[in-house]
Design a protein around this ligand. Structure first.
Ligand code: ZN
Length: 362
């Protein structure tokens, strides 16, 4: 396997925790309300999943977990089928020489014959696939039945699905309140990063009972009720910020040289786990940042007055020359009254404040 190393032109640091955002009253005209789509088709890359699936041998299987935007249901997977090199010489096939089967928990969702041409389109229905926690998990199995006397050696070129996309039915839910419209903005930024090869450095709390910020009588500044508890759905990132092939970096100190090499070779996003809301309490953040050498950082996510604050203050303190852009409509404070002072203080200290529309147009 060849690893592609991308040197990002820019980089997004999403100081994102799954803790509830306080919900101020509804916005009259939320940003992006015009951008919801009916029956959208989304490429797997936009959804943070590798859009190419390879199947080796006569029977190959690939498992997929695909995030589902709010308000829609999966209808079908579409792709073009790249045949194994040896099979291409047998074209055209009559009858078909194989099939794709989509399964969920051992149950067959659909079965479709291999197209009779190389790079032919295929549509694998997903009707009946169950969605859980804003995602669905399926496996795709290939079954090749080459012509009599024909041999496909294991390890030869694979059967591939290229440009895999998901057709959804329904309408991405129109945002009506702050809590509704923040996820679509986060999703647009996340999709933009994935489309443009921009590496996302994300963080997530990963708590177990006894961590110092957890309290039964929280002050909502230094202590909080139980949240992001390890192994629970609340610890996972929401579908809108689904990461592409994330490399998870725990807060235990790693050898910086080894870590730098690993990060440079990694094709995908990076997720820092943390036990306290300051992402810099993961001592591996600065070595990773230095290994990637971004020319700027674009920051979005929640909460502005907790995780975002520590991320910005940490960057200003540790890497003062690194330009920071804060996406003002893609952040929310737990204490909304605290936001204006934080923003003006950061702006005075050189942090650029930009809207998601400005960031997406750049
Ligand atoms: Zn926490």
């Amino acid at each position: 396997m060849t690893l592609r190393v991308r040197r990002p032109a820019s980089l997004i640091l999403a100081a994102f925790i799954a803790m509830g955002v306080t919900t101020p009253s509804a916005l009259a005209d939320p940003v992006g309300s015009g951008q919801v789509a009916a029956d959208p088709t989304l490429g797997l890359r936009d959804l943070g999943v590798d859009p190419t699936l390879s199947f080796y041998g006569l029977e190959g299987t690939q498992s997929l977990v695909i995030p589902v935007p709010q308000g829609v249901a999966p209808a079908a997977l579409t792709a073009s089928v790249e045949l194994p090199f040896t099979l291409r010489r047998e074209l055209p096939f009559d009858p078909p020489v194989g099939s794709f089967t989509v399964l969920q928990n051992g149950r067959t969702i659909s079965r479709v014959d291999l197209p009779g041409a190389d790079n032919g389109p295929i549509r694998l229905p997903l009707t009946g696939a169950e969605v859980r926690d804003n995602a669905f998990a399926v496996s795709i199995r290939t079954n090749l039945l080459p012509p009599e006397g024909y041999c496909i050696a294991d390890g030869s070129t694979p059967l591939r699905l290229n440009g895999v996309a998901v057709e959804f039915t329904g309408t991405e839910r129109a945002p009506a309140t702050v809590a509704d419209f923040l996820p679509p903005v986060l999703q647009r930024l996340t999709r933009h990063a994935h489309r443009n090869g921009i590496r996302i450095l994300a963080s997530a709390d990963d708590h177990v009972p006894g961590h110092r910020e957890l309290s039964e009588a929280p002050d909502w500044k230094q202590t909080f009720p139980e949240h992001c508890m390890r192994g629970t759905p609340g610890q996972r990132k929401i579908a809108e910020t689904h990461l592409r092939n994330p490399m998870v970096i725990e807060p235990e100190p790693r050898d910086p040289v080894e870590l730098a090499a690993e990060v440079r070779a990694h094709d995908g996003d990076i997720l820092f786990h943390k036990h306290w809301f300051d992402v810099f309490t993961n001592p591996n953040l600065l070595p990773v940042l230095d290994a990637l050498g971004p020319d700027r950082v674009i920051l979005y996510g929640v909460a502005l007055d907790v995780c975002d604050k520590y991320a910005i203050e940490g960057l200003l303190a540790h890497r003062p020359g690194l330009p920071i852009t804060l996406v003002t409509d893609a952040v929310r404070a737990i204490d909304a009254d605290a936001a204006p002072a934080l923003l003006s203080d950061w702006e005075r200290r050189g942090v650029r404040l930009a809207t998601s529309a400005e960031v997406l147009a750049a």
